[in-house]
Design a binder for this molecule. Structure first.
Ligand SMILES: Nc1ncnc2c1ncn2[C@@H]1O[C@H](COP(=O)(O)OP(=O)(O)OP(=O)(O)O)[C@@H](O)[C@H]1O
Length: 845
């Protein structure tokens, strides 16, 4: 009889395995697999081993990190434990008692990871590689992380390669540095760093070792990042002095450093101390700083940046075909540049010379002349007036500008700002001066500013602006030297960044001078190949001086007689033509796959555009309108629409607008215009309302005229004294430029056929109608606007064809006759009636 216990055992075993065993092979399986099923099997294909290994490496890295970090602080204790007499690896597993029994007295370690941590750190840091051993922490972490989470932070090969380099390099480099700091324990570089240095020192000396280290570091950087080595760029030049390939003598240019005026400070002032204030030291203007710099003609102005500089990450992310194309393009560009050099956009006028400084006059002394009595008197009056209204002040400070002096007041605690602001008129009355402006509070200063005009305002000459170091060295794309600030600093703004400027001011306040200053600034900085002006001068006298530079700097419509536009009809055509130019430029940018003019031109110059025959170098275009009010009165929407369109879109393609007006009323500076002109320049205007229209703030009505102005960039409001440039100076500059060799004609803008210019047949012949006739008719009826430009833009037609279609529409009685500044009347109220008309036409056919 079988033993019960045995039976139970065998039964239970069979039951456990029975579901998995086919009945005939059961015995075989039973005999071969029982052990493997009950015990875990480790083989390398099993993910578990990798996970365990990953975990091990991660923990190891953390262990190393703690031990190493601790060693940096506890190395003295740790080392003394490890030192031969006290311990070492052989004593690792001995207890404290056993160590004591062996006669080791100092068996204490401070390392945060105890004996093992101390031994390990000592081994790696002291014995081997010094602080460079932290590399192991990194390597173990990367390996562990990769194994456990299956995430590849860095490629393993690269990690190991670079880590090996860093380990060796850092150890040697630290050893090298320690060579200079004798009395420091040499554990930071480890034995390896120490002995390597000794060895290197004996062979090639310290200088040689340093050289090897620098070479090694740079080599690895080049391998890793392919870094570029560039020499510092030269300072921009004032003038290109080059004549027919012969480099002329370098011109000496006088640079005038701006003299910021230093504030004069008075201590706490109140009713009690107003009478006996200390005498103010006379304000001595600092001597004008003359520096003579010789600027050499820069023959490397277009420094090509060619090369295979596609960033590494880009290579990975981009699909291969695109990358190949780009690489191919780059290589093609490189070979073209090697063959022909970079494209020189200035080549046609290579001998062009920038106007020299001596064409400009030096007005005034360039020194501020405010005498101490004037300062003192103004200060006393301000303090008295304020005290009269029980406003106590803590401190008062004066900053003297060319036309106004800014008194900055720190009121005593508890004084309400609005109270001072309300006293504006009273302070003006007591100072008996026009043009007092109160800024309460001064943005970002915590003071209240009172601007008081100087008795003897100083003229700011254009020459001092052009000669200033700031202007000479500016890297702005379209720098315009507007004038000097209240602290007598040269103020330069970049028209390319603005991107459009609205100028307003009552008659005789300096607007035209301001516009001339803008134009002159640009003429002093730009080559004719880089910049074109479109000048609109309804007053017919202001901009005529620039006629002489037509073949250098002006742009006009083809077959247009005069490049300076004075006629309203021509203005409308020119504006629409500029819209077309803008659209064409966008197409070019799109084709070249760039985002703005700067990138486009750079790509063009470096011959990186794949189909250069379709492309051209694009100069900036600056449209200047001297009297906008006049245009708006005569042409209204016809000018407003293209201007708004250009203002909205043209920034990226290098078309910028400068629009001046005498009457800054809301029907001239409409909401659409205003919204697109964030930068505004206000000369003196007649009313607060005008000031609000132009600046969205008061203040321009309190200016003193003669070039005193406020410049607003949306957030900031800066008071400036406009640079003065007189008509004879402008004439001299125009003569200088005009007498040089120019282009055969002015820069041609795209042709535009205006509404009134079309003179097509008035008899409508249905058989002769344009294939786009019906579509154009539908478009016009839908928009209820009979304009050629609408057809041109929406249907993407040529100018002549659109003009022909509008004639046919007129002959067919769909639109009315040309009505000057207004769009033609649309004679069909809706599409339905138009469809009926088409049906009758078809029936006739
Ligand atoms: N920056 C300046 N510095 C000194 N004086 C100036 C300055 N600007 C203008 N003036 C003086 O103001 C006068 C008028 O200037 P400007 O002709 O520019 O005025 P305007 O605003 O253009 O007038 P209008 O609209 O009638 O043409 C100049 O003749 C000059 O005497």
């Amino acid at each position: 009889m079988p033993i019960k216990g045995n039976q139970f055992k065998s039964n239970s075993f069979r039951e456990e395995n029975s579901p998995r065993q086919p009945s005939d092979k059961g015995a075989k399986v039973r005999s071969s697999r029982p052990v493997s099923d009950s015990m875990p099997v480790f083989n390398l294909q099993d993910g578990r081993v990798i996970k365990i290994a990953g975990l091990f490496f991660l923990i190891l890295s953390i262990f190393f990190l703690i031990a190493f970090t601790s060693y940096l602080f506890t190395w003295e204790q740790d080392q003394s434990y490890v030192s031969a007499s006290n311990g070492g690896w052989s004593n690792l597993f001995k207890t404290q008692q056993e160590l004591l029994d062996k006669g080791i007295t100092d068996a204490v370690v401070d390392n945060w990871l105890g004996k093992f941590g101390a031994l390990l750190s000592n081994q790696f840091i002291f014995e081997w590689f010094g602080v460079a051993s932290f590399v192991f922490v990194f390597v173990f972490f990367i390996i562990g992380y990769r194994m456990l989470f299956k995430v590849h932070i860095f490629s393993l090969g690269k990690t190991l390669g670079y880590s090996f380099f860093v380990l060796i390099f850092l150890s040697v480099a630290v050893g090298f540095v320690h060579g200079f700091i004798i009395d420091y324990p040499h554990f930071l570089e480890g034995q390896f760093g120490f002995w390597s240095n000794r060895l290197l020192d004996a062979q090639i000396g310290q200088a040689g070792t340093g050289g090897v280290l620098v070479f090694a570091a740079l080599t690895v950087l080049i391998i890793a990042y392919n870094i570029d080595f560039k020499l510092p760029e030269r300072k921009p030049k004032l003038a290109i002095a080059e004549d027919d390939g012969i480099i002329a003598e370098p011109e000496a240019i006088e640079l005038i450093e701006e003299i910021p005026s230093k504030p004069v400070e008075w201590p706490r002032a109140s009713a009690a101390n107003t009478v006996k204030t200390e005498a103010v030291k006379p304000v001595e203007p600092e001597p004008v700083f003359h520096e003579t710099v010789v600027l050499r003609p820069d023959d490397e102005s277009a420094d090509p940046e060619i090369g295979n500089d596609i960033p590494l990450t880009l290579e990975v992310e981009r699909p291969t075909p695109e990358l190949n194309v780009e690489k191919a393009d780059d290589e093609k560009a490189k070979s073209l540049v090697d063959q022909f050099g970079t494209y020189d956009h200035k080549l046609d006028l290579a001998s062009y010379k920038m106007p020299p400084l001596d064409l400009l006059e030096n007005y005034g002394s360039n020194k501020i002349q405010v005498n101490s009595e004037e300062l003192e008197a103004n200060k006393n009056k301000i303090v008295e007036t304020l005290n009269h209204y029980n406003i106590e002040i803590d401190k008062i400070k004066a900053t003297i500008g060319p036309t106004v002096t800014l008194y900055e007041i720190i009121p005593a605690p508890g004084v309400r700002i609005s109270k001072i602001k309300n006293l504006e008129d009273d302070i003006a009355l007591s100072l008996a001066a026009l043009g007092i402006r109160i800024i309460a509070p001064m943005p970002g200063k915590g003071t209240i500013g009172i601007e008081v005009p100087n008795q003897n305002p100083e003229m700011v000459s254009m020459r001092s602006m052009m000669a200033s170091e700031k202007f000479q060295t500016t890297t702005m794309e379209l720098p315009i030297a507007l004038g000097k600030t209240i602290s007598n600093e040269v103020f330069i703004a970049d028209l390319a960044k603005m991107p459009h400027l609205l100028v307003a001011g009552a008659t005789g306040q300096g607007k035209s001078v301001g516009i001339n200053a803008i134009l002159v600034s640009l003429l002093y900085k730009k080559h004719p190949a880089e910049l074109k002006f479109v000048l609109v001068d309804p007053k017919k006298v202001e901009l005529t001086l620039f006629r002489k530079i037509e073949r250098h700097f002006l742009a006009k419509l083809p077959d247009d007689g005069d490049a300076i536009i004075t006629d309203t009809k021509k203005v409308v055509n020119t504006l629409n033509s500029l819209c077309i130019e803008m659209d064409q430029r966008y197409d070019l940018l799109k084709d070249a796959q760039v985002r703005n003019l700067k990138e486009y031109n750079a790509k063009f110059i470096n011959r990186k555009i794949s189909n250069p025959e379709k492309h051209r170098y694009l100069p900036f275009i600056v449209l200047v309108i001297d009297e906008f009010a006049d245009l708006m009165m005569t042409a209204g929407k016809e000018v407003e629409m293209p201007i708004a369109r250009i203002a909205q879109l043209a920034r990226a393609v290098g078309i910028h607008l400068v629009i001046a007006t005498q009457r800054p009323s809301v029907n001239i500076i409409t909401g659409t215009i205003k919204a697109n002109f964030p930068s505004r320049l206000a000369f003196r205007v007649l009313s607060k309302i005008d000031s609000r229209t132009i600046l969205d703030a008061g203040g321009a009505d309190q200016l003193i005229g003669r070039g005193d102005m406020l410049f607003s960039t949306g957030s900031d409001l800066i008071r400036l004294q406009c640079a003065f440039v007189d008509t004879p100076e402008v004439e001299k500059i125009s003569d200088f430029i005009g007498s040089q060799r120019g282009y055969p004609s002015a820069y041609e803008l795209p042709e535009y056929v205006g509404e009134g210019d079309s003179s097509g047949p008035k008899d409508f012949d249905p058989d002769d109608r344009d294939p786009m006739f019906e579509e154009a008719a539908r478009l016009i009826v839908m928009h209820q606007q009979g304009s050629t430009s609408l057809i041109q833009r929406k249907l993407k037609l040529g100018y002549n064809r659109a003009g022909r279609i509008i004639d046919q529409l007129e002959a067919a009685g769909i639109v009315g006759p040309f009505e000057g500044s207004k769009a033609r009347e649309v004679l069909y109220p809706d599409e339905y009636s138009l469809m009926q008309y088409f049906e009758t036409l078809e029936n006739k056919d």
